[in-house]
Design a protein. Structure first.
Length: 413
């Protein structure tokens, strides 16, 4: 099947050649259609194994990673088109986020600078592109957070309907995003979202851009968008010693790891960073899977404010990234997340509580020598409590009252 699938667009610069099992790379499939239900040949009754996109790496020009490697007309994800699935959906300027140094050898990759204020924009540019190429009548996503907001934006940009299956407690900011983009929002009980999503896919033909399976496989094109984070880090500081990643299902963790693997495969680097998953203690299925020696695990979800990284089940991608990179699975409490969130705020970065997990993981880890990158995934505006706290005081403008408030804040008057 041709990359263009009859879209009428010019031939894609993508060097994507097919799909392959993440469990067994020797098992190959065509590039189309994306295998959103995982690999049928390796999956078992207990674990669904995902597939990933394979590329003709011998066609990748090393100049792509030079400072002037862009042709001048492409930026963000479009710059990296040869190493991505065909980008048939128009973009919103995603990617190209800043890498900020907090202290010597500690960097933060601020993904809140993406169009919908989270890393999910990189994923949804790729998954929505699949829907456009397949001429799907729309997309469907199960999400109460960043994924849904981002999917709705990219669907709107591509002129596609978007159905978002959200939980009953959607944060106000996320609900505002969804409604602004014209998404059809169905608030259903948490456990009902995936069964309803399967019915929408089967009955209406909408393209699923989030997980459909018992253990997480997700969309095979999605983590490819996250590889670009690794490319950008490499262009800024080379290969760090470690990367700390907020982790729910592990797609971001896997995508960043794969990006660094590709840099080594292209002989642009000789090493790969240790990958650290940073999960909320309210669930932490990847940590449970590694502890139990399993490829994936189911856990009971406890109450937490870090809703974006709470997952009842893990997937095989995350296990591979952590174990093969020599990293570790870190379990982070809400108190540790709040401390990291305050630390980031002290540097001028307002991160979602879940998004601060990377820095919290770094502060928890031991034995990290050399540069470390903490990925901050989303804006603090996405937190549930945002806009519902106590407003700032109204102050009498007389100097007597002004100086009182300044002294109370610790300023010398």
């Amino acid at each position: 099947m041709d990359d263009n699938l009859g879209t009428g667009h010019n031939k894609s610069p993508s060097c994507a050649g097919g799909q392959r099992s993440v469990r067994d790379n020797s098992i190959q499939y065509p590039l189309w259609p994306p295998m959103t239900a995982g690999c049928p040949r390796t999956s078992t009754e207990d674990v669904d194994y995902p597939v990933e996109v394979d590329f003709a790496y011998d066609r990748i020009e090393r100049e792509l990673f030079s400072r002037d490697g862009s042709d001048g007309t492409r930026s963000g994800l479009d710059r990296w088109a040869p190493l991505l699935p065909p980008l048939h959906a128009p973009g919103l300027g995603e990617g190209g986020t800043p890498l900020l140094e907090l202290e010597p050898d500690v960097f933060v990759k601020d993904e809140s600078r993406n169009p919908t204020w989270s890393h999910k924009d990189r994923l949804n540019r790729c998954t929505t592109s699949a829907a456009v190429a397949l001429r799907a009548p729309g997309i469907v996503v199960a999400s109460s957070g960043n994924h849904g907001a981002s999917a709705a934006a990219y669907a709107a940009r591509a002129g596609l309907p978007c159905v978002v299956l959200a939980g009953p407690d959607v944060p106000p900011a996320v609900d505002s995003f969804l409604n602004a983009y014209g998404a059809v929002v169905l608030r259903v009980p948490w456990e009902a979202r995936w069964p309803v999503m399967r019915q929408i896919v089967d009955r209406l033909g909408l393209h699923p851009v989030s997980n459909l399976t018992r253990t997480h496989t997700g969309h095979p094109f999605g983590p490819e968008g996250y590889k670009t984070i690794a490319y950008e880090i490499f262009m800024d500081v080379g290969v760090p010693a470690a990367v700390f990643t907020p982790t729910g299902y592990g797609e971001l963790l896997f995508g960043v790891w794969k990006g660094f693997l590709e840099l080594r495969r292209l002989a642009l680097s000789s090493s790969v960073p240790r990958m650290y998953s940073c999960e909320s203690a309210a669930a932490a299925p990847l940590a449970a899977a590694l502890r139990q020696g399993r490829d994936a695990a189911h856990v009971k979800v406890q109450k937490t404010d870090a809703y974006s990284i709470v997952a009842p089940v893990s997937g095989y991608r995350g296990k591979r990234a952590v174990t093969e990179s020599g990293g570790a699975a870190l379990v982070i409490s809400d108190d540790q997340l709040r401390s990291a969130q305050r630390e980031l705020s002290g540097h001028g970065l307002w991160a979602e509580l879940s998004g601060a997990a990377g820095l919290a993981g770094l502060r928890e880890a031991s034995g990290v020598d050399g540069p470390a990158v903490c990925i901050s995934t989303s804006s603090g505006f996405k937190d549930r409590g945002t806009c519902s706290g106590t407003p700032s005081d109204v102050v009498n403008p007389e100097w007597k009252d002004v100086s009182k408030h300044l002294r109370h804040a610790g300023l010398s008057i």
